[in-house]
Ligand binder design. Structure first.
Ligand SMILES: [Zn+2]
Length: 118
């Protein structure tokens, strides 16, 4: 038995450049390419991941604007025992939308969505 996973990453493919109004973030531009989104759920990790995989749902978190978009696909899901911010900061990439997924972040990540390349 290993330590229990508390965080996860979604590897996302965005097939075309997107311009979206994402909740309180307002207008956002996301270039096409591969993205990594990092989140956590200390309880109910699998339920959270299953929710991300559903296309039909009310949009609640920033990531919901991507996972409900027809041009966006979840390619892979990784699970980790690292705290989400540590995992996020260990992931290379650019921040296309400051604040994305980081409303509750107190450790200065900047965003929990990173663009890792075209
Ligand atoms: Zn963070």
């Amino acid at each position: 038995m290993g330590a229990q996973a508390v965080s996860y990453q979604l590897l996302l493919q965005v097939r075309e450049g997107l311009r979206l109004e994402i909740g309180a973030l307002g207008p956002c531009r996301l270039p096409a390419g591969l993205y990594v989104y990092t989140g956590s759920a200390r309880r109910g990790l699998e339920a959270r991941i299953a929710r991300h995989r559903r296309r039909e749902k009310p949009r609640r978190w920033h990531i919901d604007w991507l996972t409900t978009h027809p041009a966006v696909e979840i390619l892979a899901v990784l699970r980790s025992t690292l705290p989400e911010c540590e995992l996020n900061r260990a992931t290379a990439g650019e921040i296309p939308v400051p604040g994305f997924g980081a409303s509750d972040c107190r450790t200065g990540c900047g965003a929990h969505l990173k663009w890792i390349g075209p």
